[in-house]
Design a protein around this ligand. Sequence first.
Ligand code: AVI
Length: 321
Amino acid sequence: AHRSTTLFSVSAGKAPTDDFSADMLKALASRPRYLSPKHFYDEQGSSLFDQICELPEYYPTRAELSLLKLHAQEIAEFLGKDVEIVEFGAGSQQKIQLLLDAMDTPHCYVPIDISGSHLAAAAETLQRRYPELDVRPVVGDYTSPLRLPAMHRNCDRRVGFFPGSTIGNLCPSEALTFLKQARHLLRGGGLLLGVDLIKDPAILHAAYNDSQGVTAAFNRNVLIRANRELDANFEINAFAHSAFFNAPLQRVEMHLMSLRSQRVRVCDQTFSFAQGETLHTENSHKYTVDGLRSMAVKTGFELGPVWTDAQNQFCLCWLQI
Ligand code: AVI
């Protein structure tokens, strides 16, 4: 018999839809109109994101996996022995397995994710594959204050894993808040962080404007989600996917641009869009190693080793507490 996993909720009884409706109404009522990218990840959005990770133009996932494969042993030494490992977001099974396979007796794995169904399925699969590991999934939004269940009895250190350059989807002040919270949660350990690096804007442009239109579908899916969950009537084809590198702010921005002047109903309220007006749906900040060092220092970490690929596309870094 294998261990079964129990979802632990830290969202104080609030359904994810509550946040989505409040955030969408707030976004539509403000200027510029900005909606947090966390709302992309309903079931369809999570599966579109998995498809993005396989696209030839989307290099970050492959670059990070190669780094993990190449340096797993060395990274495992920094993670340490007899630890509890907390993953912020429970995206890729492949990445955490590369770490677990290289580690010496990790006792407990705590994936935190906003999507309960996605998380439960991932946790069950992992538990079956690692019967000795105590898998304790937590449903919650790690960009808000959260408390974790008490550390596993056999562990004396808690280390973190935040892959995929998801930190880039936070604005710089949110990233600092996140790192401060992570530092507080991680006892005696450190954080393994995956970050996308600043590079030729043409490469960035291609990665967010793929030729098969998967990123466009991922972006538009948030409108489909609103139509289904928020009694909205967005006409999906009347919004174009727009993604570009904003050089001064060192980020790729994604927007949904209204192709004509139109009115939209969301939860009994009506909003108008002028032609060319956008709903800003995501920022994906790109960093330099110096930028990461300064964030680490500001949040009480010390930047340890940084593993990068030969083209300097992506880096994995160890933030020591
Ligand atoms: C999850 N996150 C790091 C992705 C990124 O690159 O910012 C989400 C994404 N958006 C468009 N393509 C991928």
